[in-house]
Design a protein around this ligand. Structure first.
Ligand code: MG
Length: 380
């Protein structure tokens, strides 16, 4: 049968999945070990076409998987079932009003609607977002293992794979550990571009003392040294720092970006779907940054290849995001991804697929394999 944008959405399934990981990641605000928990949303039209989306929450950053699950399963479901992707904008607006925060759940819904719209029309999501032919996006992989020997082995693998950027996670142990690792990376891997991310790990006093020394290693940028709400220290650091200062946890959506520009807290911003609550809002953040002369980076949370795909399409359609991306978890962190094909990384670059929708398939068998709640059927 032929499909149209008016086809009703009659299936709405939500799964809470826990995916085993191969290493430990330590950050200034907390650690991830054992498993990554994500929420997978599947929309199904009356014609049997699916659209998938992912919420990738982190309890210490954006929120909990339980909150994302409840937002999608209980509060957003009634706004979607029985309607069509032709009502995409209305559905999103109502979802935004139906529950505060829960930006990861809103990102999952927006992603699934975009995926579905693309599959119904035969167009890739990057084209729906106004993009031209995607260019390869440089991939950054985070160095965040408390066992630095394990990260040395990872860096050898990254070098072999053609990955040219590493982001050192700092501020989770002590300054000497950070200096030692940065010095090691600079001496042994001169081919790598290096970024630094504190994930809010320092208080004001430590930041004013330690961050300028770290800037002496000439990283591409230094990200979020202090608490999300400590805009004063961000602004003070930015005035004197010999490296660009990036805001991550301080800036979620366009509303934050507007105020952050006015307050002068950063030279750039990490744009994340899980913070903005959707693709269009993420484009807004990147464009606002560019309009103010700031740079933008394609950040992510602890995600599967499904959320990575949404991010890849976003960047493909948003040239303002020019600092590359960090969609490394599907290949370098998860024991097994949820896609039926490897997340598209080649020679250290991510390329958004050209197929309809997100352009790659979510493997339902794997979703069921890792689901901790079982399927929650939502046909009205
Ligand atoms: Mg960050």
């Amino acid at each position: 049968m032929s499909h149209t944008l008016e086809d009703r959405i009659i299936g709405y399934d939500v799964w809470h999945c826990a995916l085993p990981v191969v290493s430990r990641r330590d950050h200034g605000i907390g650690s991830v070990a054992g498993a990554v928990e994500v929420i997978i949303l599947r929309l199904t039209t009356e014609g049997g076409v699916h659209g998938f989306g992912e919420a990738s929450p982190w309890t210490v950053f954006t929120g909990s998987p339980e909150a994302s699950f409840a937002a999608l399963h209980r509060y957003m479901r009634p706004l979607v079932v029985g309607r069509s992707v032709a009502e995409h904008a209305d559905i999103l607006a109502q979802a935004s009003k139906s529950i505060v925060h829960c930006s990861e759940a809103k990102a999952a819904l927006d992603t699934a609607l975009h995926d579905l719209k693309g599959r119904l029309t035969g167009r890739p999501v990057w084209a729906l977002l106004g993009g031209q032919t995607p260019r390869p996006t440089p991939l950054s992989c985070s160095i965040a293992d408390p066992d630095f020997d394990a990260d040395k082995a990872l860096m050898e693998r990254l070098k072999d794979d053609g990955v040219g950027i590493v982001k050192l996670k700092t501020g989770f142990r002590d300054h000497d550990f950070d200096v030692m690792r940065l010095d090691y990376v600079r001496r042994h891997y001169p081919e790598f571009s290096v970024r630094v991310d504190y994930n809010q790990g320092l208080d004001r006093g430590a930041a004013l003392k330690q961050v300028p020394e770290i800037a002496g290693f000439a990283p591409d940028f230094i990200e979020q040294p202090v608490a999300a709400g400590d805009w004063q220290t961000m602004a003070d650091l930015r005035k004197t720092l010999a490296a660009p200062l990036l805001a991550d946890e301080s800036v979620f959506g366009p509303e934050d970006m507007d105020r952050a520009i006015a307050a002068g807290i950063c030279d750039g911003v990490s744009v994340k779907l899980m913070k903005t609550g959707g693709l269009t809002r993420a484009q807004q953040v990147a464009r606002m940054a560019a309009g103010a002369g700031l740079s933008a980076y394609g950040g992510d949370m602890f995600e599967t290849g499904l959320a990575h795909l949404a991010g890849a399409h976003l960047i493909a359609a948003t040239p303002e995001i020019a600092l590359g991306c960090e969609f490394y978890q599907a290949k370098y962190f998860l024991a097994e991804d949820l896609l039926t094909s490897p997340f598209p990384v080649s020679d250290g670059h991510v390329i958004a697929p050209n197929g309809p929708g997100l352009g790659a398939e979510c493997d339902l068998d794997k979703v069921l394999k890792y689901a901790v709640n079982g399927p929650v059927k939502g046909v009205r």
